[in-house]
Design a protein around this ligand. Structure first.
Ligand SMILES: C[S@@+](CC[C@H](N)C(=O)[O-])C[C@H]1O[C@@H](n2cnc3c(N)ncnc32)[C@H](O)[C@@H]1O
Length: 401
């Protein structure tokens, strides 16, 4: 184990980040791409079923140019397997991660995947533009996140979108306490041996009951795997963003936040707050409301966001006209049991909605083809905005036109 050095320059940080992922490619790789190829698995952002989150006013197509930026050991291969009609490009700093991806591509005969060892900051060297850029778990590891954001923005077509996952601070408090503890002890990832790694696993398993990691444990299910353990505890660069900071960074880099997955993570759950306080929260603007929701839940460990270029015309992604003509799209895997709806994509089990009978009847008819007006006719439910809003706020459905 080697003492930590806190006075590093950006290139040194990037080299240390690369070093971490050369030794510990992330994530522990997927072995079988068949479920992805057969459409049996949908990751957040996959075109089927999330296409209309990105492009609510367009007809579905899957012949896109997709960049997976910071693709790690398997993400680009999963995307290529799940989207055979798209051209997928994967870039990453780590040759070891790309090697694992290449092995998957060979094993599953992926013809639509190109891989390159390239940093986000230098991604302009691709000399290509994209409809969709996916970058999950990467931005918070850059010494200068704005440099990465700006570079990717230049590769984005005017109507294109970026799906980001970035760390959020409040739900990762336990991780940062452990990172600080290990840094104080002078533990670094670059010269660990097998016994040191085992010592870290023991450290985590034997934390005292008062440690906040126990409360957060279900949010970090892979913590004991070697690659994930290093990523969580000994990362040389790990800088989370509040939702407000992320909005500000986007704005500085010529992007805007178009939408987010998991809106419910930022909502005040029904019945938990006094009406007077709730009215104040409702009176805030959209970004302030999200920011207050993040503080209220005090447990968000990631944001899953959709960005587009600041110059993308709003009319290309904001729905317009008569809302009764909009077509509701049902979230994949949405479960309704004993009158309660639950979406497994949410990180918190308390996010559930008791469905009033009209809501239940409405939801039953949502088939991703019929408009609100058509569903109203078939179901006999009188649909108004207050019936739909809770379903939207809980991410159980979204709309296309
Ligand atoms: C936590 S992993 C996430 C991998 C993948 N996106 C996923 O979600 O499974 C972070 C990845 O980003 C890569 N990375 C970190 N900094 C980078 C940079 N500046 N440019 C390109 N890739 C980078 C790392 O090598 C690593 O593979």
């Amino acid at each position: 184990m080697v003492a930590a050095d806190f006075n590093q320059r950006p290139m040194e940080i990037r080299e240390r980040v690369r070093g971490l992922y050369e030794r510990f490619p992330y994530p522990t790789p997927t072995q079988d791409l068949n479920p992805f190829r057969q459409g049996k698995v949908a990751e957040l952002g996959f075109l089927q079923p999330f296409y209309h989150k990105f492009w609510p006013r367009e007809t579905f197509r899957d012949d896109l140019d997709i960049l997976v930026a910071g693709c790690g050991s398997s993400q680009a291969a999963r995307w290529a397997a799940a989207h055979p009609n798209s051209n997928v490009t994967g870039i990453d700093l780590s040759e070891a991660s790309l090697k694992q991806t290449r092995a998957l591509a060979d094993q599953f005969h992926l013809q639509n995947l190109a891989l390159e060892r390239l940093s986000l900051e230098d991604s302009g060297q691709l000399n290509k533009t994209f409809d969709l850029i996916v970058s999950t778990g990467v931005l918070h590891h850059l010494p200068d996140p704005a440099a990465g954001l700006r570079a990717l923005r230049e590769l984005l077509r005017v109507g294109g979108v970026i799906y980001w996952m970035v760390y959020a601070p409040l739900g990762r408090d336990a991780i940062y306490y452990l990172q600080n503890f290990l840094a104080t002890l002078g533990v670094r990832a670059d010269r660990l041996d097998a016994a040191d790694i085992h010592a870290l696993q023991e450290l985590v398993s034997h934390l005292p009951p008062s440690h906040p990691l126990w409360q957060r444990r279900q949010q970090f299910p892979d913590l004991m795997n070697q690659a994930e353990l290093m990523d969580y505890l000994l990362h040389p660069q790990d800088r989370p963003f509040t939702i407000t900071e992320y909005h500000e960074l986007s704005r500085q880099c010529g992007l805007k936040v178009q939408d987010l997955f998991n809106r419910a993570h930022y909502q005040i759950p029904a019945g938990r707050m006094n009406q007077k306080l709730l009215r104040r929260w409702n009176a805030l603007d959209e970004v302030q409301r999200l920011a207050a929701g993040e503080q209220y839940r005090a447990a968000l460990f990631r944001h899953d966001l959709i960005s587009c270029r600041a110059d993308r015309p709003e009319a290309s992604f904001r729905l317009g006209g008569d809302w009764r003509e909009w077509i509701p799209v049902r979230a994949p895997g949405l479960q309704v049991l004993d009158g309660q709806a639950f979406w497994p994509g949410h990180a918190f089990d308390d996010i559930r909605l008791s469905l009033a009978v009209p809501m239940r009847r409405f939801l039953r008819e949502v088939n991703d083809k019929s408009s609100v007006a058509e569903i109203q006719r078939v179901s006999g439910v009188r649909v108004n905005k207050s019936l739909l809003q809770p379903l939207v706020d809980h991410d159980y459905l979204w709309f296309r036109q």
